[in-house]
Design a protein around this ligand. Structure first.
Ligand SMILES: Nc1ncnc2c1ncn2[C@@H]1O[C@H](COP(=O)(O)OP(=O)(O)OP(=O)(O)O)[C@@H](O)[C@H]1O
Ligand SMILES: [Mg+2]
Length: 517
């Protein structure tokens, strides 16, 4: 297909899907989907975890072929056989899961397919750096060197590198599959500014997000999928969040009640002068977590919240400080020590740390608590199977059966498996969660909140890191806000409000700006 003489009229259909169907073993992922994406619009795809959003995107991107139905690009049949074919017509995709090469530099990752070369074929390092730096600036990463290896980046930064890579060549359609799931609101704003620029240049944007506020703030139209079916397409100006949710889950969502108030019990975990690896704060942090309590850690990405959890979990060596469990000082040198002490961590990067992707859901769910399913040292397959079936039910995980490899699950359902893994058996006395509902749909979020509330009522001590302020306000009894490795303030439930939390999150940046020359 050539790119010559494309129709450019805004509002005309650019990409059309007609009766697209895709069957996976045991799952009808897409069922006769009709959709059209118009020139120059920003079009949201919404729907619960496993509704089929990423499958549509993979079909558009030439990764999967549909079983039946057809696609039109600019009025002509579009049948991509490989991702290359999609790139050739100008489709750029930022996938839900990272596709970066961790050992390579940011610059090499961004320009991977188009490394600038000297005449003799050697990579032109200087141009590589320049071109990469320009693209990095477009996504707000100008503070990093293009030479930095990707493996040193945080999740949000990796996401921005993926986006910079998608921008490295000119395209007509940019598809973003949950680009903001890993970003803080401030980082997301940087991204939306960039998207606005692309839109003004006439680019068509397809945008997947579980954040309905983003859809209403930025998209022209929204299409809802449910169980692989196209339910409705609306102008965002003509609909509202409650209506969308009803289309997504097929019922009304219960009111957003705070998780029931609790009476925290005795002290579970106390840290004093804890200095995680790379901490910007020589004093370290200190706080106390009680049984039956949900304590939140808020703040911007990079504030040091993840590092605190990792330090307590023994995942990184600490630079100083003490940890007390039940009032007794303990040494946690490895995650194994932590788990032995009943301390669990649900990490923010499910792909790297949470799951064994090629293995069955059954195995992943029971991984952390093998003694629960083992009798006399022998693993009981049946017990394991039953446990994963129960967990899948209580978390509404969409899977064809306990033997399905996790790699085949939708992104949000993978996240639920990670959660199931730590909740399984309910033996975690201290449960730490890092961005627990990233990529999880509205209905399942409510279920997870309820589950955490129930665990706390049963006496579990819960420490949760989240960049979503409404999530912290709904879940927590108390919120501690970190800013540059410093606990800038603590709010009790009566004092919760978004502005107060945000201004604490920025507080160390303010004082820094005022005192720096
Ligand atoms: N390669 C595969 N093999 C088997 N089943 C698959 C495969 N890819 C996707 N599925 C299934 O197809 C369904 C739709 O998945 P998809 O990834 O499109 O959902 P999604 O709407 O993107 O969800 P999420 O919001 O969680 O990302 C799910 O039930 C998923 O398990
Ligand atoms: Mg998806």
């Amino acid at each position: 297909m050539t790119q010559a003489r494309l129709l450019q009229k805004p509002g005309l259909p650019l990409l059309q899907l007609e009766g697209i169907t895709k069957q996976f073993p045991g799952v009808l992922a897409l069922d006769h989907v009709d959709l059209d994406f118009r020139c120059g619009e920003m079009h949201a795809l919404a729907g619960e975890n496993g509704a089929g959003k990423s499958t549509i995107i993979r079909i558009l991107a030439g990764i999967y072929a549909p079983d039946s139905g057809r696609m039109l690009f600019n009025g002509a049949p579009y049948e991509p056989q490989t991702p290359r074919d999609a790139i050739d017509v100008g489709i750029r995709v930022v996938h839900q899961e990272f596709n970066l090469l961790p050992a390579l530099s940011i610059g090499e990752n961004i320009l991977f397919e188009y490394l600038p070369r000297h005449r003799l074929g050697m990579v032109n390092r200087r141009r590589l750096r320049e071109e990469a730096a320009a693209l990095m600036a477009r996504v707000g990463l100008q503070y990093l060197s293009p030479d930095t290896p990707v493996e040193r980046l945080g999740v949000a930064e990796m996401q921005l590198v993926e986006i910079a890579r998608a921008l490295s060549t000119k395209g007509r359609i940019l598809i973003l599959d949950e680009p903001t799931a890993t970003l803080t609101p401030r980082e997301a704003d940087v991204l939306f500014e960039q998207i606005d620029v692309l839109k003004a240049l006439g680019m068509t944007i397809i945008f997947v997000s579980h954040h309905l506020d983003e859809i209403f703030a930025h998209c022209d139209r929204v299409s809802v999928l449910r169980n692989g079916r196209h339910v409705i397409t609306e102008n965002t100006a003509d609909t509202d969040a409650a209506t969308l949710v009803r289309h997504m889950i097929g019922r009304q969502l219960a009111a957003q009640e705070p998780v029931a108030p609790m009476q925290p019990g005795r002290e579970a975990l106390r840290v004093e002068h804890l200095r995680p690896r790379g901490s910007a704060n020589p004093e370290g942090v200190g706080f106390t977590l009680h049984y039956g309590e949900i304590l939140g850690l808020g703040g911007l990405v990079g504030a040091g919240r993840t590092e605190i959890l990792r330090a307590i979990f023994g995942a990184d060596p600490i630079e100083g400080g003490e940890i007390f469990l039940d009032g007794k000082k303990i040494a946690i040198r490895s995650p194994r020590d932590a788990v032995k002490n009943g301390i669990c961590l649900l990490t923010e990067n499910r792909k790297e740390e949470g799951l064994v992707l090629p293995m069955a859901a059954r195995v992943n769910v029971t991984l952390a608590r093998l003694n629960n399913v083992a009798r006399g040292g022998i693993l009981h397959r049946e017990a394991e199977r039953q446990a994963s079936v129960d967990m899948a039910k209580s978390l509404a995980i969409r899977l064809s059966g306990p033997e399905q490899p996790v790699v085949q699950l939708s992104g949000g359902n993978q996240q639920k498996v990670v959660l199931a893994k730590w909740l399984f058996g309910g033996q975690a006395r201290i449960l730490m969660l890092d961005e627990p509902t990233r990529g999880i749909d509205v209905g399942a979020k409510a279920e997870i909140y309820a589950l955490l509330g129930e665990l706390a009522r049963q006496g579990c001590a819960i420490l949760v890191v989240s960049s979503e302020i409404p999530e912290l306000m709904r879940l927590c009894d108390r919120i501690k806000v970190l800013s540059r490795g410093v606990i800038a303030g603590t709010l009790e439930r009566e004092e919760f409000n978004e502005e107060a939390i945000l201004s604490l999150a920025y507080s160390q940046f303010m004082t820094h700006a005022e005192t720096s020359p």
